[in-house]
Design a protein around this ligand. Sequence first.
Ligand code: HEC
Ligand code: HEC
Length: 428
Amino acid sequence: MKINYLMIVISSVLFLGCGGDSADDTKEIPDDVTSEQPQLEQPQLEQTPESQLDLKMKISDISDGYYGLLYDAGGNELKIDKHQVLLMQKVFMDELNPHLSDDQQKNFIELANNFADTKKPTEIENVLFNNVLIDAMLSKTKPQLQDKYFPSFRLFRHHTHRLFPISRLTDYQWIIDLLSQRSLLDHFILIPPQETDDYIDTCRENNVPIPPDWGSTLWKYQGVAAVDFLDNDKTEVWAYESSTVQGACIALPRWDIRPDEGINEISLLGIICQSKTTGKACFWDNLSKETGLRIKGGEDLTFKISDIKNGDSLGENCTQCHRGKNVFLIHPGTNLDISADYDIDPNIRYQPVSTQASWSNPAAYTELGGGACASCHEIGALSGGYCNILRNGANTTMPNTTSPANWNGSHAFYGDHIQQMIDAGCPE
Ligand code: HEC
Ligand code: HEC
């Protein structure tokens, strides 16, 4: 009974903000739900037919996230748009409910009531609030469940911040006040906690070259990337070499070019530096440490390395794909292959510098010398993201662009090895 009651309350909180500002909303949610409904116990709210929820898109299905995209455990992209967010939150809360005690459920009901009573929340306020509620609910569940669900939820929450950008925190003061009265402010995470950041120092201690700030003339342009597995409009390659620390840095500005919309800017800019002597690698991405938002711009874009997120603070796990003997994913024979001028082959197999437990370069799936694909380089440990790269490679660049092996396993020499990777869990 209590569970049902909580579901009703949460559902109504969720739907209050769906004022139908777009046609898509009305497709998903029955009309009557979108109109004024300050009452919290509207029975029909409970009856959101499961068939209307895209069950392929559950928060708990999110397994990896990178470059602003989300993937399930099989490496399939999950396209989550604004209109799915509230529904996904609802379904997830329903999943969590049975794991809470009656008292805990009662507390959350009260909180949800309070929230909905204070003032009719907007969609963005509902999204924010539901994230708080989920974070609070999840932190009350068993540790095993938290381990299972928190990574997915964090990726999801990160994504909602992108879909619903916050310009001024003060606009949400009333939510902050409500939460602090309830000692729940800890669960209101917009900007990840600002711990003192010693990432650059740690990289330096590990003999990793430290990249110059973006805009510095120390970065040397290597040309446009001829092959881009992530299909950006234009991808440039820039490199840096320190005069004192052996190794190399590569920066990869990925451009977003949409002339019709007047957009022509660098939207993504990942930077990786690897030490020749220690094999340690450090990661940065053009996400502001302060706001969590992308720092975008054209040719004149500049930012300080110390102002952007790094291997300790990035939500996206770069090591899901950047694995193997060396950190870099090089398409041989393209501008990305800077090996003639820069030292990208470490003396020791690479390991990431990161305080995040999930960041690693696990032992190879097939060691160098293991035959077929591993004749020239090791095949790193399999993951959803890395499988996609292997598949892309086999279909286009590997062992060379003129006669790629093909992922379908038909190649006499590579076929068995590729089939092993598929059998081991890579998508076909
Ligand atoms: C989905 C897999 C994937 C993830 C996750 C990923 N990358 Fe990459 N990255 C690639 C691929 C593939 C390339 C090679 C160029 C291409 O085809 O786009 C690449 C290339 C790069 C390069 C150029 C040097 C090189 O290795 O070729 C940099 C720098 C880079 N990525 C930074 C990052 C950072 C920083 C992160 C984490 C925020 C990250 N990447 C996460 C797939 C990934
Ligand atoms: C003839 C040697 C050779 C063979 C065989 C070979 N590769 Fe590569 N591969 C390279 C070189 C060289 C690079 C770039 C340097 C590096 O990263 O070690 C590379 C890079 C890669 C990369 C990273 C970037 C990219 O372009 O895809 C992947 C993934 C990859 N290989 C997968 C495979 C797979 C899968 C096979 C088997 C179908 C394979 N390779 C067979 C030489 C080879």
